[in-house]
Design a protein around this ligand. Sequence first.
Ligand SMILES: C/C=C/C(=O)SCCNC(=O)CCNC(=O)[C@H](O)C(C)(C)COP(=O)(O)OP(=O)(O)OC[C@H]1O[C@@H](n2cnc3c(N)ncnc32)[C@H](O)[C@@H]1OP(=O)(O)O
Length: 303
Amino acid sequence: MATFNPRAILAGNEPGAWSAPVPITYDQRDVLLYAVGIGCSDLRFTYEGHPQFAVFPSFAIRWGSAGLQIDRTAVPSSPGPLMIDAERCIEQLAPLPVPVGIGADKATTVQVRSRLLAVHPRGKGGAFTEFETEVLDGAGTVCMRITTGLFQRGVAALGDIAPFEGAGTTRSVKTEVPQRPADVTASIRIADNQAALYRLSGDYNPLHIDPESAKFGGFPAPILHGLCTYGHTAQLLTATVCGGDPARFGALRGRFSAPVYPGDTLQVLGWQDRPGRLTIEARVQGGVAGDRTVFNNAFFEHR
Ligand SMILES: C/C=C/C(=O)SCCNC(=O)CCNC(=O)[C@H](O)C(C)(C)COP(=O)(O)OP(=O)(O)OC[C@H]1O[C@@H](n2cnc3c(N)ncnc32)[C@H](O)[C@@H]1OP(=O)(O)O
């Protein structure tokens, strides 16, 4: 029977060691493809000839846990479609460098390092694992700080995993949505082929395209990447709250509380809870899975 001891790595509930930084290179095509993958239509993010062409801040989200060699004596795994994205936070400290063209010679390079933050058992034989990632530009400035939360489902049923004690300090937050009407609302229909488009940014998990994999994962149809939901939420908030200015994006955190399907209409609601910060929730009405809250325990910080 597999046993896990995250305490061996997360002694005193402190984060694990940082990985060695890994270089990651991207060009304008990667930036453009990501922007359309999250439903952007603002030319600042979708046209390299725009005078304020910029990398959309959540572009970095794909690098969560980059560089980390995961120790499987500490972190349970669940195979393929049974592992799902659970939470994310991205904090922008400085803009990501903008590549000057398309092709390897025009690409820009950042350094990315990660560390393990926490591993905790969750009911029904599941586990919740969190990592922290930093993205550094060529001058060594930390541009982005990312927290990645993954939910390993069904590990007990699959691997008969012995109960284990959690370790580390979670970054999860609980937020209550006010009863009053939202101060900000924005919505977008997720295109039928959005997951097929988003996966071209590098997340080829078949859960998002192959009906058989979706069935194995317990879903009636392929579900949207959590990071695609996150990106849509981020771009709607940037457009609505920040006038489309990426420099005003501070941080976006939240939990993927229920799956989104291509064809759903995503509605993002925000309640100003203090200057520069909104409590956020995203909802879907109807569709394959009926009315549901799909992104909660969430906030957006802006400048
Ligand atoms: C590689 C994959 C890529 C992807 O992109 S996957 C697509 C994006 N992700 C999703 O669509 C996930 C949507 N979320 C869900 O379907 C559900 O959400 C979960 C299956 C993750 C969990 O649901 P359930 O098993 O019914 O859990 P519970 O009974 O509601 O809660 C059990 C404990 O787990 C915590 N929890 C629930 N959801 C999450 C989450 N998303 N992230 C972190 N923790 C979660 C709760 O708090 C609670 O814990 P406490 O008993 O200690 O209170």
